[in-house]
Design a protein around this ligand. Structure first.
Ligand SMILES: C[S@@+](CC[C@H](N)C(=O)[O-])C[C@H]1O[C@@H](n2cnc3c(N)ncnc32)[C@H](O)[C@@H]1O
Length: 233
């Protein structure tokens, strides 16, 4: 779970650009399929950017996330969209959804494969027949480390970041928040890089038909830094 401080850092530094790009591409993808879902659920919805894009396109979008700080920001962004705090590993809504999404490497935050499989089983249960589960996962070839860098968050408040790969298939984002020279806060966000073939085999075992697993969502779009998986029920 992200701390409230990290949620604020996430929102401030514009990491919302990813769901903005993904959302635009998803709408084109759906249009090309000639299919408009009536409703959609975004797992690990973060600050609610993708839900808002879907909502504005006329799809009844809902979102859920483990971090209450993210849900607070999402609700402030759009109070008409229903949001819930929850863990997607155990989350099983009673309602069925035509479209379920999980993006911005939210699934890489689930580090154990048996827990990823549990999410797939849950989604299969609440996805409507003929519906789609569309998600991304980190692409090992695109994972990079970074030298530490700093940005000013507000006057007197600096945020320090560093991306490392502490182990094979592990990514760690360390952030530190300084007021003046005093360290106020430190957090590590640890993710696991999953093997796309293993993930697709798992989806098939659960009952999904894997229509696409590629480094782009749109055939003619530029490649992304993740794998995009389209699974149908
Ligand atoms: C990198 S953010 C991406 C947020 C959003 N999807 C986006 O594209 O901006 C990953 C999100 O996954 C959420 N998350 C991590 N583990 C989760 C879990 N078990 N259940 C629900 N959400 C989770 C985090 O709280 C965080 O908001």
């Amino acid at each position: 779970m992200y701390s409230d401080v990290f949620c604020k850092v996430y929102n401030t530094f514009g990491w919302n650009y990813y769901p903005e790009i993904f959302g635009e591409q998803l709408l084109v993808f759906l249009e090309r399929k000639g299919w408009k879902p009536k409703n959609a659920l975004d797992l690990g919805c973060g600050t609610g950017v993708l839900c808002e894009i879907l909502h504005e396109s006329g799809i009844a979008a809902a979102g859920m996330d483990f971090s209450s700080g993210m849900i607070t920001i999402a609700r402030e962004r759009n109070s008409q969209i229903p949001y819930e705090v929850g863990d997607m590993v155990t989350y099983r809504p009673e309602k069925c959804y035509d479209l379920v999404t999980c993006t911005g490497d939210a699934l890489n935050h689930i580090r154990e494969l048996n827990r990823v499989e549990q999410i797939f089983r849950n989604v299969y249960g609440y996805l409507a027949g003929g519906g789609y589960f569309i998600f991304d996962i980190l692409n090992r070839n695109e994972v990079s480390t970074s030298e530490p860098f700093e940005m000013e968050m507000e006057e007197g408040l600096r945020v320090w970041f560093q991306m490392t790969t502490p182990g094979e298939n592990e990514v760690n984002l360390k952030i530190r928040v300084f007021r003046g020279d005093v360290l106020e806060f430190e957090e590590n966000i640890r993710e696991t890089v999953h093997d796309p073939e293993e993930i697709c085999a798992m989806l098939k075992q659960v009952g999904f038909k894997v229509e696409q697993c590629a480094d782009r969502l749109l055939d003619d779009g530029g490649h992304g830094t993740t794998w995009f998986v389209v699974a149908a029920k």
